[in-house]
Design a protein around this ligand. Sequence first.
Ligand SMILES: [Ca+2]
Ligand SMILES: [Ca+2]
Ligand SMILES: [Ca+2]
Length: 143
Amino acid sequence: MANSAKTGVLFFYIILFSCINAFAQQNVGFMAPEEIREQQIKAKFQEIDTDKDGFITPDEMEAEKEKFFNRLDKDQNGLLDAEEMKADNTPMSEEADKDKDQVVTPEEADAQFKKYLNEVDTDKDGKVSEDEYTDYWKLRIKF
Ligand SMILES: [Ca+2]
Ligand SMILES: [Ca+2]
Ligand SMILES: [Ca+2]
């Protein structure tokens, strides 16, 4: 009698534990993309903030623009064509193409990054903090 009661309790705990475990795993599965995305955005911030002072300055943004352009400009002809723009996982190149001719010129990229810096810098102190950067990209990045 006592033994079967113990076994019952043991089974109850095993089932309870399995349920909690399954629930926790589901929850982690649900939470993960958001957290991964935030971590990726923060990692990107660290990459752009080359002097590691916790802010992206206009100089650092300029360097990022060059890297962004060169990375997408696969044939290195100094322009981003429609095919090259598709490799961009952000709306940056699409928005840069102001005249909508499916080509981004260096001038358009320049204008876009200036506009972008101004938009991300919500407190308008001329530099981008990690919070400003994260808040901005959380809503915009495509994964
Ligand atoms: Ca910096
Ligand atoms: Ca090109
Ligand atoms: Ca700022």
